[in-house]
Every structure is written in C-alpha cells, then in structure tokens.
Design a protein around this ligand. Structure first.
Ligand SMILES: NC(=O)c1ccc[n+]([C@@H]2O[C@H](COP(=O)([O-])OP(=O)(O)OC[C@H]3O[C@@H](n4cnc5c(N)ncnc54)[C@H](O)[C@@H]3O)[C@@H](O)[C@H]2O)c1
Length: 329
C-alpha cells in the first residue's frame, strides 16, 4: 500500500478518486486551495490547503507527507474562460504544474498521474481517437494540457520521472453510494445542466447547434462515469509503483452519445420531457469526440463498468435530487 498525495482532491473527479484510493488501502492526503473544490467532498481525509504553484508550500507538504505517488487534478477547467483569460490558464495549469514537477524531482521522485483531456486532440474530422494521433488543441485549456504532456515526456527522459497521462473524455455521473457528486459553479457540463432543468424547470437549457454532421445533428461525446475514472487512477498508481513504464491513455468508452440522446435519457429518468431551446453553434465545438479505448484495457486492465448512459444519469440524478445546493458551501 502506498502513500498518495492528491492535488485537486476536493474537486469533482479528485474527490471520487480520493475515495477509491482509500478503499484500495492507500493512505491519502489532499492538496487543494479550495478555489473550486469542497471541503465536505473529502470528509476526514487530511488536507493541505494551498496552491500547487507555491513552491515553498509544496516543498513543505512533500517533506511532511513523503508520498510514493502524486495524482495531479488541480487545474482550471473552463474552455470558454481559457479563451478570454489565457494567462490564468497558462499560470495555473502549466506553470504551476512545472513548479510541482520540479519539486517532485527534488523530493524522492514519486510517480505522477496527470489529468489530461480529449481536448488535446483538437477538432478531429472522423473516427475514434487514438492516443498516437497528433496533439492539435484548439483552445488555451487544451494547449496547457498538451504542454504538460510534453513536459512529462521531457522529465521522463531527463530525470526518469514515471508518469501516466490520463486523457479523460466527458466525466459524468456521481458516487453510486450517494456520498459525492458534481458541484461546479458555474456548471458547464451537459448531464448536470439537463438534470437541473428537469428538477428546477428554469427554462435555461440550450442546445448549441443541430446542424452538425452527426445522426441527429447535435454534438456527440464519450461520457465516462466518474467512478470508472477513479478506478483507472487506482490501477495507474499500481502500474507505476510496480515499475511499469510511463503511459498515455484515453479514458473513454468508445461509444458516443449526442446531446439529444442525453436529454432523452434524463427525460426518461425524470418521467417527463425536459424542455430545451436550440441556439447557434458555439465556436470550437467539434462534432464528435469519442475515444478508441483499447490501450487503457491493455495498459491498466481498465474497462468502464458504470458508464452506460442510464446508470450514469441515474447516479447523477440521485445526487442532484438529494443535494439541490450541492455541498452547500
Ligand atoms: N470534468 C471533466 O469532464 C474533465 C475532462 C477532462 C479533463 N479533466 C481534468 O480533470 C481535472 C479535474 O477536473 P474536475 O472536473 O474534477 O475539476 P474541479 O474544478 O472540480 O476540481 C479541480 C480542483 O483543483 C483545485 N485547484 C485548482 N487549482 C489549484 C491550485 N493551483 N492549487 C491547489 N488546488 C487547485 C480546485 O479547488 C478543485 O478542488 C482537471 O485537471 C481537468 O482539467 C476534467
């Protein structure tokens, strides 16, 4: 069993992973500045409250914890905001990560898991996305993530850093036991937005474009259950700690769902149709982003078990219904 430090562990995917790592028998500590995360999401897990980019703080945390592995979720995550405030994204997602990596090289060289994203692929024209496709991100958010992937490759070559770049597709769903869920402000993800409309009827649900070259004209995405993502991290920690080579893998299902399919799935769970308005396309939304999932199976023995759309919607629905104010912080 290992000692694992989780940056961004109070956030959405981080908190589910903290729970899964604890269940797997690891000793977990969180580093989070709580800019977006929630103290209630980590319950009694110890937290070092501060910024990943603060080198003196990070050095002190590493000296106190001496982790075997660092799982790095901490980042800003809004694509639209990254376009209008690129400096904020480069500083937090790339520069702060560089500072963290330099601190790790100086301290016992723990293994490193990085939250990457399908946004590194940019706007692919067709087909399932393979990990060896070129990185062609089209917004600052995706570029900062691609930059860190390159950083990791260089740090591996120069310093022997053992790492995994985990490229999540669209995280969704909530802890099946109901303890944890998604609480972002503002919320930009489709599943919680549709559920919120179903539960509150604010009349604010918008579908951006119905003229994409997809079967129903709306964008298609690969939704992966947050519990499945958490499981992949437990497996990646195990792989690297037992000496496995660095790896870059998609975490997706290989199956895409359109925006209208998601709205239909939530309508079925709600027992009534969820109303929406069709508006113009948003710039920079690719028609289709779906993973080729095979490498994660080979490298991590991972396959999504909870990512079927009905289960994913049901767990998210139960969380939002029971927590109308999220964590209420
Ligand atoms: N949610 C998705 O669908 C998705 C998809 C692809 C990749 N990702 C990546 O996964 C990671 C987690 O995403 P999420 O949806 O859980 O986001 P989140 O905003 O819920 O969690 C991020 C956490 O990091 C913390 N944080 C941010 N900057 C920090 C800093 N400088 N120092 C300390 N703590 C800091 C926040 O307080 C928050 O708790 C991010 O790196 C994101 O880019 C998410």
């Amino acid at each position: 069993m290992a000692k694992v430090l989780v940056t961004g562990g109070a956030g959405y995917i981080g908190s589910h992973t903290v729970k899964a790592l604890g269940r797997a028998g690891h000793e977990v500590a969180v580093l989070d500045d709580l800019s977006e995360g929630h103290r209630a999401a980590i319950r009694s897990v110890p937290i070092h409250e501060g910024n990943v980019g603060d080198r003196a703080f990070v050095d002190a945390v590493l000296a106190a914890e001496r982790p075997d592995a660092v799982v790095h979720f901490a980042a800003h995550c809004y694509v639209g905001e990254s376009v209008t405030a690129p400096g904020k994204y480069w500083r937090n997602n790339a520069v702060a990560t560089l500072s963290l990596l330099e601190a790790l090289i100086g301290a016992n060289a723990p293994v490193f898991l990085f939250s990457s994203t399908c946004a590194v692929y940019g706007e692919p024209k067709r087909g399932l996305l393979r990990e060896d496709l070129p990185r062609l991100p089209v917004n600052p958010y995706g570029r900062t993530k691609a930059a860190v992937e390159w950083m990791l490759e260089d740090f591996h070559r120069a310093h022997g850093l053992r790492y995994a770049s985990l490229r999540y597709f669209n995280a969704a769903g909530a802890d099946p036991e109901g303890d944890l869920g998604e609480d972002h402000d503002p919320e930009t993800h489709l599943v919680p937005l549709v559920i919120r409309e179903a539960l509150r009827g604010e009349g604010s649900l918008r579908v951006f474009g119905t003229d994409y070259p997809t079967p129903d004209g709306t964008c298609v995405r690969d939704y992966v259950h947050v519990t499945d993502l958490a499981d992949a991290h437990v497996r990646a920690v195990g792989r690297l700690l037992s000496g496995g080579e660095p790896v870059r893998v998609n975490l997706g299902t290989g199956r895409g769902h359109s925006v209208l399919e998601v709205i239909r799935a939530v309508s079925e769970r709600a027992g009534r149709p969820v109303p929406y308005a069709v508006v113009e396309r948003r710039p920079g939304d690719p028609a289709r982003l779906v993973a080729r999932p095979g490498r994660a199976r080979t490298a991590l023995g991972w396959r999504p078990r909870h990512s079927g759309l009905p289960e994913l919607v049901d767990t998210a629905w139960r969380w939002h219904e029971a927590h109308p104010e999220g964590y209420g912080e």
